[in-house]
Design a protein. Structure first.
Length: 507
């Protein structure tokens, strides 16, 4: 009996233990499920805040969107106004323009990663503690100082005022010096501090831009030595070509009293253009592709040629020069300088230590260009210029055009073929009358030109007319021979314009 009772008791205990184990297992299982469901989520754990913004139980992209709407979007709309009180201009920049940003993605990642390391018990403990002690994070606010500086640099060119150098001009025989004026530039560092202050405070506001003075490079004292004529040249123009003369006078006025500072390269085109009626130029004869026609500014190359020779005698550095395609009448081979549109220019550099002044005057039919500077060359040193013929290119045969407008066999020269030439121009340097140097200045090519002759093909019926035609033909041929003989003289005496292929020279 006792054994049976003991056995029942043992069985009861065993069942109780098994039951208890089941309860414990069940409790453990459900606890595990609860803990696992709490920690195994793609959402940020509850009771986590960023800048007092509740982002708990949100997915990462939802949290980013929420914070952005509360912090970044309102910030982007804030404006900083930069005022240029000198020129009465205003420049508006938003905080977004300055790339002032909250590091939202970074802080959301930090919030999301909270309690996601270690074993699941410790992770769960951290999550449970959030109920009593919420996690409060602060998003980082960043301003890239260098980027803000670069944005201020963008308006530098708009607010910059270039200083004006002192200048010099000659009037009624007297030199008059005009003092320079200061410019201004943005004081970058001071303005940067003002802008950064508003950005750091996250406040809209106004900034009165601070400027630093920019002193001119040359003042009145720099012109004290600009009194000597270091180079001069003169040519004669005139005749009945009133329009051409007007262009010469107009161009001469435009370069008169031009100042060239040390190291500066002077462009004649820049000081004469635009070549337009509005700018004082008129139509005058030019040659386009070998044919005489009217063009704006015909004749101004006489001004460029005279200036070129004054520059040569001043011994300035020639940067760009080109001769005419054909001989011009107002100067010898190698001494001329042509202009054409924006693609053929006369440029030279002031290689002296003082500013130079161009004086360009018209006295009657004389065009005179003087260049004033400081004469530092020895008194016993003299220079002259000499051209030398290098090559003569034979004149091509005239183009023959047959026409029934002339009696058969009759010749009529529309234009005459001309020889071409290649010249070299040299500077000869003398000291105390003795030649010391011979320096090549330029090489000039004057192209040969092809003339045109018309030959008649019209039949003549009567014998008398034939004899008359032969007489006229002989007279015409003799006249043409005489004209050909005088061709060189006519070319040298011609002061019209000449051009090479596809170019319009305005000599």
């Amino acid at each position: 009996m006792a054994k049976r009772t003991a056995k029942k008791k043992y069985k009861f205990i065993l069942i109780s233990i098994l039951f208890l184990c089941c309860i414990i297992f069940a409790a453990g299982y459900f606890s595990y499920r609860k803990i696992n469901s709490a920690i195994d989520t793609d959402r940020i754990y509850k009771n986590i805040f960023v800048n007092e913004i509740d982002i708990g139980d949100l997915k990462k992209d939802e949290a980013i969107k929420k914070i952005n709407s509360v912090l970044q979007e309102p910030l982007n709309k804030k404006i900083i106004k930069l005022h240029d009180r000198v020129q009465e201009k205003e420049y508006d920049f938003s905080f977004k323009d300055f790339s002032a940003i909250y590091e939202i993605k970074k802080i959301v990642n930090e919030a999301y990663n909270y309690a996601r390391e270690g074993n699941f018990i410790k992770r769960y403990e951290k999550i449970v503690k959030l109920k009593k002690n919420p996690l409060k994070l602060n998003v980082e606010y960043n301003i890239n100082r260098d980027f803000v500086k670069s944005k201020l640099n963008e308006i530098e060119s708009a607010v910059y005022i270039k200083p004006k150098n002192a200048s010099l001009y000659k009037q009624n025989g007297e030199f008059i010096t005009v003092d320079g004026t200061d410019g201004k530039k943005l004081d970058l560092e001071k303005n940067l501090e003002l802008v950064m202050n508003l950005l750091n405070k996250k406040e809209s506001g106004d900034v009165n831009l601070i400027f630093a003075p920019v002193k001119p490079k040359y003042n009145k004292n720099d012109f004290e030595k600009t009194r000597d004529i270091i180079g001069s040249y003169k040519t004669v123009f005139g005749g009945k070509k009133i329009d051409r003369n007007q262009n010469i006078i107009n161009a001469a006025k435009k370069i008169n009293n031009n100042v060239i500072y040390p190291g500066e390269t002077y462009s004649l085109n820049e000081n004469l253009k635009p070549f337009s009626i509005k700018n004082g130029y008129v139509n005058a004869p030019i040659i386009v592709n070998g044919k005489l026609t009217d063009g704006i500014g015909g004749g101004i190359c006489q001004v460029s040629t005279v200036l070129y020779n004054a520059v040569l005698y001043s011994e300035l550095e020639i940067v760009e020069r080109r001769n005419h395609s054909l001989k011009v009448g107002y100067i010898d081979y190698g001494f001329d300088a042509t202009l054409a549109g924006d693609y053929i220019d006369l440029k030279f550099k002031n290689n002296k230590s003082v500013p130079l002044l161009i004086e360009s005057v018209v006295n009657g039919n004389n065009l005179v260009v003087n260049i004033y500077g400081e004469e530092t060359r020895p008194q016993n040193r003299k220079i002259t210029f000499k051209n030398e013929l290098v090559e003569t290119i034979p004149a091509p045969t005239e183009t023959i055009v047959y026409t029934n407008e002339l009696p058969e066999g009759t010749k009529k020269f529309e234009s005459y073929s001309k020889k071409g030439f290649r010249y070299k121009l040299y500077k000869i340097v003398y000291e105390s009358g003795e030649q010391k140097e011979k320096i090549l200045v330029n090489t000039s090519y004057y192209r040969p030109t092809k003339g045109t002759v018309k030959i008649g093909t019209k039949k003549i019926e009567s014998k008398g007319k034939i004899e008359n035609q032969n007489t006229n033909q002989n007279t015409s041929e003799n006249q043409n021979e005489n004209e050909n003989q005088n061709d060189s003289a006519n070319e040298i005496g011609n002061d019209d314009n000449h051009v090479s292929e596809n170019e319009n020279e305005t000599s």
